[in-house]
Design a protein around this ligand. Structure first.
Ligand code: SF4
Ligand code: FES
Length: 257
């Protein structure tokens, strides 16, 4: 099948970018989207041109490295699918596609389709962990956890930190990501001792990084390849309000309520 690609090319963070057009006359429908880009890059290298930079690692939907916009949608048109798991059979012969990097102030473009998502790492470093002594790994079922809580914690823990939620949000809010990281610990007994402070610190870091506020648009949930739910944002807001009143001084110092 023939595919026409319009790809955002940008040499480095400070240079201006532009769309470049490429025609691929013989794409195999069984290729993944990234394999199709590999073929394009092999051609570019063979011709002495700069290959298209894009991020990838596992190529099986679990690491969160890959991700860019395909026709204005993070990870492309297939629901609950990372771009590395997207296959060319979902496109038709002769289709023209526009590939752009995720666009958000907090995710500066590094090159072509690659953005710097280290803001996410700094948010997790601000509180997305358990530092109290919870002992060594307990035997299975030694700590009783309600099925509903363990299911919700697992659903939140499915977040792979890809950044699609930010890219789809008109406010470039990181609320779905941050709330997933807060929720998967808040729903388990081991996460309770630091629950309030965790919310306070991670939300403060999210603001510090320049992400916008959530205004309940819901695009994040619609494009999330792992099905992370908006209800996590409600849980984060609840934990944040409790923390802001419990630790007023720390909250005020972080510019909070
Ligand atoms: S919440 Fe979903 S879209 Fe956002 S970073 Fe996690 S997996 Fe990606
Ligand atoms: S490369 Fe790991 S999720 Fe896509």
């Amino acid at each position: 099948m023939k595919i026409i690609l319009n790809i955002w090319r940008q040499k480095n963070p400070s240079s201006p970018g532009r769309m470049a057009r490429y025609e691929l006359p013989a794409v195999d429908e069984h290729m993944s989207f990234l394999e199709m880009l590999d073929v394009l890059n092999e051609d570019l290298i063979r011709n002495g041109d700069d290959p298209v930079a894009f991020e990838h690692d596992c190529r099986e939907g679990i690491c969160g490295c890959c991700g860019f916009m395909i026709n204005g949608v993070p990870h492309g048109p297939q629901r609950s699918t990372t771009v590395c798991q997207l296959h060319m059979r979902h496109f038709h012969d002769g289709e023209e596609l526009w590939l752009e990097p995720f666009r958000a102030k907090a995710f500066p473009i590094l090159k072509d389709l690659m953005v710097d998502r280290s803001a996410y790492d700094r948010i997790v470093a601000a509180g997305g962990y358990i530092s109290v002594n919870t002992g060594s790994a307990p035997d299975g079922n030694a700590i009783p956890i309600e099925k509903m809580c363990s299911d919700l914690a697992m659903d939140a823990a499915a977040c792979i930190g890809c950044g699609a939620c930010v890219a789809s949000c008109p406010n470039a809010s990181a609320s779905l990501f941050v709330s997933a990281k807060i929720s998967h610990l808040a729903l388990l007994p081991q996460g309770q001792p630091e629950r309030d402070r965790r919310a306070l610190r991670m939300v403060a870091q999210m603001n510090e990084e320049g992400f916008g506020h959530c205004t309940n648009v819901g695009e994040c949930e619609a494009v999330c390849p792992k099905g992370v739910k908006l209800e996590n944002i409600a849980r984060m807001n609840r934990d944040y309000i409790v923390a802001a009143f419990t630790y007023r001084e720390e909250s005020a110092a972080a510019g909070g309520a």
